[in-house]
Design a protein around this ligand. Structure first.
Ligand code: ADP
Ligand code: MG
Length: 719
């Protein structure tokens, strides 16, 4: 039977063996077309070696194991066999077996009262016992006489060899012995659709699909398999595939599919950028006089890096184009001052600028430091917070609408419809990754087309910045203001926490202040983990420091109560501030010279680095102490380095971009195959290739492909 190849856009319903139940399971999972089905890759592969007869099974013992037995030959094989202790040879290994269920028993274990399911499997050459714990439903799934393909670790039990908790598939009665592949792809179960059925559908789809057109430029596609081949390699990996590369998603086949996604993404970004560069931006009229006025505001000499970054911003806002720039810099590198100067440039030339921050604490703090910098001009600054009283808010809105407020500092409240600006020319977003893309668009709509400066709280690698922020130019503050002393960082086990409190005592005796950070505890964690919550910590601190004024702040406080308590600490009336991560970003109290973080393992590395940045802001030597009974290796990174870029990189590798940026991060591209951390070098290459492709011009067909890919990956629209 020869059928015409099917375009990838064909509905999956053309596939054989797809009854209504299975079809609707696919549809519910969003797998409508062959493309959807094929691009939905196995989430894992099980390396199960080749199929073994039951009679040939033996536990790898003292003697040299024979080639046929070893599923994952250890690299030491053939190297003379020296150095392997007998117990090494007793490790269980994964085997795959196929047989008929001869006996099935269910019971309860005597000691631990666990449901026990035992199966005796036979295949004509021998028998093998299979056991499962606590899966009583297996008694309903399995029946004597069923043919079972099972794989799992072969171990020596009290009754001889057995497979413990093997994975299995039931084979149809008349079904031929399948050719058992070494790599079993595992798919997420979709309703009645078992992995086995899914595999059959995929195989059929692979066989009938028309190879898609080549969309990648040659410099990306050379050395890579074509698309359909790549899909086949990933759904039906040949036995000789590199197991590790399959597992880590680094085979050439993965790279092919990742490159297609990243190229589409990069092309979209490049198009948006080209669109922006065509728009006319407000030209800020600079002059030597303006320069002098700005200088007069500066409390200190700019660092070289601050000067460079500011110059890049000035170039942007005088270029006639719309600025879209990311200002990156490690904690304490002085991003705020650069932001202030940029806003002042606009405010001094008849425009309005807005600074957007994630929390009210920060908003108040920035407002206060702007007022200080502005001196007699402080009246030009207006704060806008969600928690303001009605009358106060009305007055603030009026000042913003009339243009009397030339500097506006605020939180999410700035996105509200009732906020109208007079001449909004520049928006600076602090700690941007907490704002969603939609909110950015909302603000953009208010002011026509203001210049846009994003400050990243956490330094992130360039490729990530590109992926997360898209079309942004970057300025990097790679230099700290002079006179900074490195922050002494220590990690203590809970038993040794006294060392941390001693440090706090010493600092307080010197007239300094201290931060203590407790993790905010998710109610769902309660009972599961032994955590000291903020109340317990407060009690502890009051016990250790009975004579010190302690303030406690956390996310559930009302905004004004929070402001009062923070205010007491900032003013020096309170000596210890016990907080959850509400103080993570930006809080600036130079007299605080020590921070203790309890349960440090609950935090991301970058988050800890941010926290650490709350001390070491004044002239005095500062200290950062972490208390943790676990994950000491990961936390050690902070002891070893103070380089925020390195820490961010490590953190990303450990947690992945989703976690790193927080689950609520909107606008992170949703790739199916590409991984922003693993494929970062590839992303940079795709970006270059996209610029080249755009310079050559895109055909209508390429645009169609791009739109489809952007839709598939739910990337921002391309116009
Ligand atoms: P971040 O980049 O973490 O936002 P900040 O802008 O809060 O850093 O600056 C950190 C501290 O350094 C602040 O106390 C600020 O006043 C101070 N600072 C900023 N720029 C300079 C400079 N050029 N010289 C001296 N101190 C500076
Ligand atoms: Mg800051």
């Amino acid at each position: 039977m020869s059928l015409a190849p099917l375009p990838l856009s064909t509905k999956v319903t053309v596939l054989r063996g797809l009854g209504p139940a299975r079809a609707s399971a696919l549809q519910e999972a969003g797998l409508d077309t062959l493309r959807d089905l094929l691009w939905s890759l196995p989430y894992r592969y099980v390396d199960r070696g080749s199929l073994r007869t039951l009679g040939s099974l033996e536990l790898r013992g003292f003697e040299e194991p024979d080639e046929g037995f070893g599923l994952r030959p250890s690299p030491s094989w053939g190297a003379g066999g020296g150095g392997r202790s007998p117990s090494d040879g007793m490790e269980s290994s994964i085997v795959t077996v196929l047989g008929t269920i001869q006996d099935l028993r269910q019971s309860t274990t005597r000691v631990q009262r666990m449901a026990l399911t035992e199966v005796l499997l036979a295949d004509g050459t021998g028998t093998l016992r299979l056991v499962w714990f606590n899966q009583p439903y297996l008694g309903r799934t399995l029946k004597v006489g069923d043919r079972l393909l099972a794989f799992g670790p072969l171990t020596m039990g009290r009754q001889g060899l057995e497979l413990r908790s093997p994975q299995f598939e039931l084979m149809g009665r008349g079904e031929e012995t399948p050719w058992v592949r070494r790599f079993l792809p595992l798919y997420r179960k979709l309703g009645p659709l078992t992995g086995r059925v899914r595999q059959r559908l995929v195989t059929e789809a692979l066989g009938r699909a028309h190879p898609p057109e080549e969309w990648l430029p040659l410099d990306l596609s050379k050395d890579l398999p074509d698309t359909l081949t790549a899909l086949r390699l990933l759904h039906e990996p040949p036995d000789e595939s590199d197991a590790r590369a399959l597992e880590t998603g680094t085979t050439p086949a993965h790279r092919r599919l990742a490159a297609e996604e990243l190229f589409a993404f990069a092309l979209g970004v490049a198009l948006r950028r080209a669109g922006r560069l065509k728009r006319r931006g407000l030209v800020v009229p600079t002059s030597p006089d303006l320069r002098e006025r700005l200088k007069a505001y500066l409390p200190f000499k700019l660092t070289g890096a601050q000067r460079r970054a500011f110059k890049e911003i000035v170039d942007d806002v005088t270029s006639g184009r719309v600025m879209n720039r990311l200002l990156q810099g490690d904690v304490g590198s002085g991003k705020t001052l650069v932001a202030f100067l940029s806003l002042a440039m606009v405010a001094e030339t008849g425009g309005q600028g807005a600074l957007l921050v994630p929390t009210e604490v920060l908003a108040r703090q920035h407002a206060a430091s702007f007022q200080r910098l502005l001196g007699p001009e402080a009246g030009a600054m207006q704060l806008l917070l969600g928690g303001m009283k009605a009358a106060e808010k009305r007055a603030a809105l009026a000042r913003i609408a009339s243009g009397e407020a030339r500097y506006v500092v605020g939180t999410h409240a700035l996105f509200q419809e009732s906020v109208a600006f007079h001449r909004l020319q520049l928006v600076v977003v602090d700690e941007q990754h907490r704002f969603g893309v939609k909110q950015r668009e909302a603000l953009k709509e208010k002011g026509g087309d203001p210049h846009w400066l994003v400050m990243s709280a956490t330094p992130i690698p360039r490729s990530l910045a590109l992926a997360v922020f898209g079309d942004l130019d970057q300025s990097v503050l790679d230099e700290l203001p002079p006179g900074r002393q490195p922050i002494t960082t220590k990690l203590h086990r809970p038993e040794a926490a006294e060392r941390a409190w001693e440090q706090v005592r010493r600092e307080l005796a010197e007239g300094r202040q201290a931060f203590v950070v407790s993790p905010s505890i998710d109610p769902s964690d309660e009972g599961k983990v032994q955590l000291r919550d903020i109340q317990a910590m407060e009690a502890l601190l009051r016990g250790i420091f009975p004579d010190e004024a302690i303030e406690v702040v956390h996310g559930r406080l009302k905004a004004d109560e929070m402001a009062v308590r923070m205010g007491r600490f900032v003013a020096g009336a309170a000596k210890i501030l016990l907080a959850t991560t509400v103080i993570e970003v930006g809080v600036d109290v130079p007299n605080a010279t020590v921070m203790v973080v309890d349960h440090a393992e609950r935090f991301g590395l970058s988050q800890l680095h941010q926290l650490r940045g709350r001390v070491g802001r004044g002239a005095h030597r500062s200290h950062f102490h972490m208390i943790s009974g676990s994950e000491t290796e990961r936390l050690q990174t902070l002891v070893e380095t103070q380089d925020g870029f390195r820490i961010a990189q490590k953190d990303l590798e450990l947690r992945g971009p989703g976690e790193f940026f927080g689950v609520r991060q909107a606008g992170l591209p949703q790739f199916q195959v590409a991984d922003l951390v693993r494929d970062r070098a590839l992303l940079l290459r795709c970006r270059e290739a996209a610029d080249r492709a755009l310079a050559l011009g895109l055909s209508e067909r390429q645009m169609d492909w791009l739109r489809r890919e952007q839709a598939r990956l739910r990337l921002a629209d391309v116009s």
